[in-house]
Design a protein around this ligand. Structure first.
Ligand SMILES: C[S@@+](CC[C@H](N)C(=O)[O-])C[C@H]1O[C@@H](n2cnc3c(N)ncnc32)[C@H](O)[C@@H]1O
Length: 371
């Protein structure tokens, strides 16, 4: 069943003041034009390299968000799950950006969870088939609501794992390091590409577009047998699995322990180092293979961009022949490209990818080669 047949959206579905998407202000096309304009302005020094944006097919531009981290508040009457604005929570139960699966699961929990304070829910986190309820308490709360009927309903919705994260100081940080309990189902799931992921691992919502960006990166890097590939900020190893099919040695670096465990499973034979990239530079330097015909780098950092020490290391020590950098922030990308250009890299192509249609987010794949 498509979502359109499940619920027909109307203008009134958007709560007033919701900052989640641009729907209340502009069309999908206007929204893309606005963010492209910002990217063009920010990346003006490389304007001739900027390509046309790659977008998802029209039917995937809404209801694609299957990974959420939302605030939860009990207003004395009902649970409200949504975006936090000052002390209020703007419920997103009817939002057109969120997938039908997420909306249905949120509605189920909002209807069955006991009220606060007996169930001190503060965050509702869903990563596709894995759901985490973050509880502001060190103790397991009342779980009588988790009946066989609820488990069956979750299963029928395609949910595979339900977690509690006991986090007495939840607030600025969503997750606690410890205090994780799998209360139903299994701890990991598999995405449509056959990659294993968990409740906290990173994942792009429109998998087809994420794969299209990796296709572009792979086509440019063109790793062949014997080339060395380094994949920085590698997540669950979507890139690593590709590079590993083409060549060895392949090395990834990733901060999240859960992502590292998944990456090792998804890309057997690749070396995956755990920790911040900047703190793994000594190991990366030791892993550099002088006999490899070429060194190639793929990097997909968070919004803060590559750590300055890492960019410096790439430019001075590693000096790969080619680099493909997927960035979700044009401002930090500009900073990183400027340094690399000053160190003798040519920015060959900048390809925008609209991974989050109708929101202000835009990803840009930068393709660079050593001059
Ligand atoms: C934008 S995601 C990219 C993940 C992966 N390339 C993918 O497409 O699935 C950034 C990843 O970097 C990780 N990360 C954040 N800061 C890091 C750091 N300083 N060093 C290493 N990894 C980091 C995050 O846990 C996340 O998995």
């Amino acid at each position: 069943m498509t979502e359109a047949s499940h619920h027909t959206f109307t203008e009134t579905d958007c709560p007033e003041g919701c900052p989640g998407c641009a729907r209340q202000r502009m069309t999908t096309g206007q929204c893309l034009a606005e963010k492209l304009g910002f990217a063009q302005k920010t990346l003006a020094p490389w304007q001739p390299a900027l390509a046309a944006p790659e977008t998802a097919p029209e039917q995937r531009q809404w209801e694609y968000r299957n990974k959420v981290c939302l605030s939860a508040i009990h207003d004395g009457r009902v649970w409200r799950i949504g975006l936090k604005r000052r002390d209020a929570v703007i419920a997103v139960g009817r939002c057109r950006i969120h997938s039908a699966g997420v909306r249905k699961a949120m509605a189920l929990f909002a209807g069955i969870l006991p009220p606060a304070p007996s169930f001190p829910l503060v965050f509702y986190v869903q990563s596709n088939a894995q759901i985490t309820l973050v509880i502001k308490s060190a103790r397991i709360p009342d779980m009588e609501w988790l009946t066989d009927d609820v488990k069956n309903r979750l299963q029928n919705m395609g949910i595979e794992g339900l977690w509690l994260c006991l986090h007495p100081s939840a607030g600025h940080r969503v997750f606690a390091k410890n205090g994780w309990r799998l209360v139903w189902g299994r701890p990991r799931s598999m995405d449509t590409r056959g990659l294993v992921y968990g409740p906290t691992t990173f994942g792009q919502p429109i998998v087809e577009l994420a794969e299209a960006s990796l296709d572009r990166a792979e086509h440019f890097l063109n790793p062949v047998s014997g080339d060395q590939v380094m994949d920085l900020y590698c997540g669950i190893g979507a890139g690593l699995a590709r590079w590993k099919k083409k060549t060895a040695p392949v090395t990834g670096v990733e901060l999240s322990g859960e992502s590292v465990a998944c990456a090792r499973q998804n890309a057997p034979g690749a070396t995956v180092l755990r920790g911040m990239c900047r703190l793994r530079l000594p190991q990366l330097t030791a892993a550099l293979e002088p006999k490899a015909p070429r060194c190639l780098v793929y990097a997909n950092p968070p919004r803060t961009g590559m750590e300055p020490e890492v960019t410096q290391w790439l430019a001075d020590t590693c000096r790969p022949e080619k680099m493909a950098c997927l960035s979700c922030n044009a401002v930090t990308l500009k900073r990183d490209l400027t340094l690399l250009e000053n160190k003798g890299y040519k920015i060959e192509r900048l390809i925008p990818f609209d991974f989050f249609p109708n929101t202000r987010h835009l990803e840009i794949l930068a393709l660079l080669h050593r001059v």
